[in-house]
Design a protein around this ligand. Structure first.
Ligand code: UT7
Length: 388
């Protein structure tokens, strides 16, 4: 059995900050209402020209750099999003092209739960031995699907992307257990109605079908029923207990939902990562952004056991117990005890250098080819023939 070790992580958020005070000028709301009901202070909004692929590529490049890898090393790219650049092609192919990767890529839609679904999916490809290095992205420019006159939704969401790289490893690490769930009966509670069933007619646009329609209260009830139960189920499946969990990284939809889940689980808030105040609900991007920040802030250490848990449109939910890292066995002992990863990173650097040198060498040959073709043209002209 092979496991998917997390070897790289990265995030990207737009520079443009929209505060609760800015929203007070747009709709009938207040900083006090938004913060006490959701825990949000501000969120990032992508400007025109910055799309889901843009943020995904930035987050992925950071993750690749952290892993000491290059895009050419990827065997597969899985993107979780509900706000792709276009309906067709899949944004995963646009990201694969922009990264310069040469591998399969697909997009997975499970609302805000998407990243957890994608990470679990990546683990399956690794466990079967099909692929060794997989890039998993959660990314959204969900602000384009927001009705900025609807105070029920516009105060909650934000844009961003997070990415991790999972690599095959023989040590038990990465996803240790998981639960994936779906209850389509709740679909009307959170949807963007525009689509094949509701094409973009004048009537559909007048009904604002292109925007998020949400019954916040119903989604809230669903989340409070589901989050702690799913996390507890998955922790049980891993053979661990709640006391073994070092950090819970929940989907950042509402601080009250998170606090309630922690209380239900008996997990102190010091063991729960919350950054919703800075980014709002970034849907499928929220867990990988939070995971990246938790690692960067030193809240996650080598060998730590995390529980990731998400919920969202569908209605869907997913949780996974994930062990972070665990250094691979060294390639040798004593003074040669260099970790394999360092060796691999150095090999990759050599690979990049070799490829760059190869490219430079072939570029240097261009004038030679030109000279040859000029010579051929001259001869052809003198013989009154077309050059070959
Ligand atoms: O990723 C999954 C996506 N969605 C979610 O996770 C959302 C889950 N739901 C929630 O987070 C919460 O339900 C909300 C934050 C959306 C709302 O909080 P709530 O405590 O459930 O408020 P409510 O919907 O019960 O509304 C309370 C009042 C209503 O007024 P009335 O009917 O009591 O007079 C709303 O009209 O607050 C009003 N309200 C607002 N007031 C000021 C709703 N939105 C706003 C607003 N500013 N932005």
């Amino acid at each position: 059995m092979l496991y998917g070790r997390i070897v790289g992580w990265g995030k990207a958020v737009p520079d443009n900050i929209l505060t609760n005070f800015d929203l007070e000028k747009l709709v009938d709301t207040s900083d006090e209402w938004i913060f006490t009901r959701s825990g949000i202070r501000e969120r990032r909004i992508a400007p025109e020209g910055v799309n889901t692929s843009t943020l995904s590529v930035e987050a992925s490049q950071a993750a690749l750099e952290k892993a000491g890898l290059i895009a050419a090393d990827l065997d597969l790219i899985i993107v979780a999003t509900s706000s792709p650049d276009h309906l067709l092609p899949a944004v995963s192919s646009e990201i694969q092209y922009q990264l310069g990767a040469n591998c399969g890529a697909f997009t997975l839609v499970a609302g805000c739960t998407g990243f957890a679904y994608a990470l679990v999916t990546a683990q399956q490809f690794i466990a079967t031995g099909a692929y060794r290095t997989i890039l998993v992205i959660g990314a959204e420019v969900i602000s384009r699907n927001i009705d900025w006159t609807d105070r029920n939704t516009c105060v909650l969401f934000g844009d961003g992307a997070g990415a991790v790289i999972v690599q095959a490893c023989e040590e038990p690490t990465g996803v240790l257990s998981f639960e994936l769930g779906s209850d389509g009966e709740g679909a009307p509670h959170l949807m963007i109605p525009l689509g094949i069933a509701n094409p973009p007619t004048r009537e559909a646009l007048d009904k604002k079908y292109q925007y998020i329609h949400m019954n916040g209260r119903e989604v809230f009830k669903f989340a409070t029923r589901t989050l702690a139960r799913s996390a507890a189920e998955t922790i049980g499946r891993s053979g661990l207990s709640i006391h073994d969990i070092d950090l819970m990284i929940p989907h950042q939809a509402n601080a009250r939902i998170i606090e309630l889940a922690a209380r239900q689980l008996g997990l102190p808030m010091e063991k729960v990562f919350v950054n919703i105040d800075k980014y709002g609900n970034t849907s499928a991007a929220s867990i990988p952004i939070a995971l990246t920040e938790a690692i960067e802030e030193g809240r996650v250490k080598e060998g730590d056991k995390l529980v990731l848990v998400g919920f969202g449109a569908g209605l869907t939910w997913a949780s996974a117990v994930v062990q972070f890292g665990l250094a691979e066995k060294p390639v040798a002992t004593g003074w040669l005890a260099t970790p394999t990863r360092t060796v691999k990173a150095a090999q990759n650097k050599i690979g990049v250098a070799a490829r760059t040198a190869g490219m430079r060498a072939s570029l240097m040959l261009v004038p030679l080819y030109t000279r040859v073709s000029r010579k051929q043209r001259k001869e052809a002209n003198s013989n009154n023939q077309q050059p070959k």
